[in-house]
Write a protein that binds this ligand. Structure first.
Ligand code: NAD
Length: 267
């Protein structure tokens, strides 16, 4: 199937590992130029090497790596400027960032709240402000925000995620209304439990908190997933690629989970 992604320019945030890297790989394989970023140059170089080994439908698509801390507004501006200087346009923005720590409300400090809101919500607002005028000029844009199933069903001990990510949903939905006239589509994707470094960290925290083995903790997760296993990063990336593609031209303002059935509500 031709997804129409050849030579599209895709800026994928927090993409040296995990879900961000999986999205960058999938977009590259479909022929897009990808800009990957994270805070560590070593991790970026490793990710670039992995991506460059993939088969791609385009013989000339490129990968650009940029060191970037999403907590720093100036670095976000530089990232957008660098992308634009190199590729002249930005067609696809995948917003992603590190996840907030897991703890009950009583253990979350004011500083934790501020950090989480800054990284997961404010960075999305900053980059959208910069990228939207570019997409408006192009009369084309696809913005996809990676959040969590916590926007559909609060997760125990993840009050930071449960709260902050709903701000992302409200912001994205509003953008989808305001910018549809410019052919800019904005959607939110919600990973369920997916095997990445982040998930391994959560599993370790739960092993300590509950005094259980890895196997026991995995069983607790899996018992709540009708498909009977954790997700693979590629499975979220498949949805991101679809939403970025020509096949999704009439889809905007949605919030879609990739979770093996983990969310129990009907909507
Ligand atoms: P991960 O820890 O494997 O990868 C996170 C990436 O974010 C890394 O590349 C890291 O370098 C980068 N990053 C972290 N802080 C950054 C910053 N300040 N600036 C720039 N880059 C930064 O995590 P993941 O599992 O891929 O998760 C990605 C997002 O999806 C997180 O917000 C996570 O909470 C959310 N999520 C993950 C799962 C899951 O099961 N894996 C489920 C629901 C939601």
């Amino acid at each position: 199937m031709n997804l129409g992604l050849n030579n599209k320019v895709a800026l994928v945030l927090a993409s040296s590992k995990g879900l961000g890297l999986a999205c960058a790989k999938a977009l590259y394989s479909e022929g897009a130029h990808v800009i990957i970023c994270s805070r560590s140059e070593d991790n970026i170089n490793q990710a670039k090497e992995e991506i460059s080994k993939l088969k791609t439908s385009n013989s000339s698509n490129r990968i650009l790596g940029v060191v970037n801390d999403l907590n720093d507004e100036n670095q976000i501006r530089t990232l957008v400027e660098t992308t634009l200087n190199e590729f002249r346009h930005i067609d696809i923005l995948v917003h992603n960032a590190g996840g907030p720590p897991s703890a009950p409300f009583s253990e979350i400090s004011r500083d934790d709240w501020e950090k989480s809101i800054k990284l997961n919500l404010v960075s999305f607002i900053h980059i959208s402000k910069l990228v939207l005028p570019i997409m408006q000029k192009q009369k084309f844009g696809r913005i996809i925000a990676i959040t969590s199933v916590s926007v559909k069903q609060p997760l125990n001990n993840l009050i930071l995620s449960n709260t902050t990510r709903l701000g992302v949903v409200g912001f994205a939905k509003t953008l989808s209304n305001e910018y549809a006239k410019d052919n800019i589509l904005v959607n939110v994707v919600c990973p369920g439990p997916t095997l990445t470094n982040r998930m391994e960290e959560l599993i370790k925290t739960q092993m300590n908190d509950l005094g259980k083995s890895r196997q026991e903790i995995m069983k607790i997760w899996i018992d709540n997933i009708p498909l009977g296993r954790l997700g693979r990063p590629q499975e979220l990336a498949n949805l991101v690629v679809f939403l970025a593609s020509d096949k999704a031209n009439y889809i905007t303002g949605t919030v879609v989970q990739v979770d093996g059935g983990f969310v129990k509500s009907s909507l």
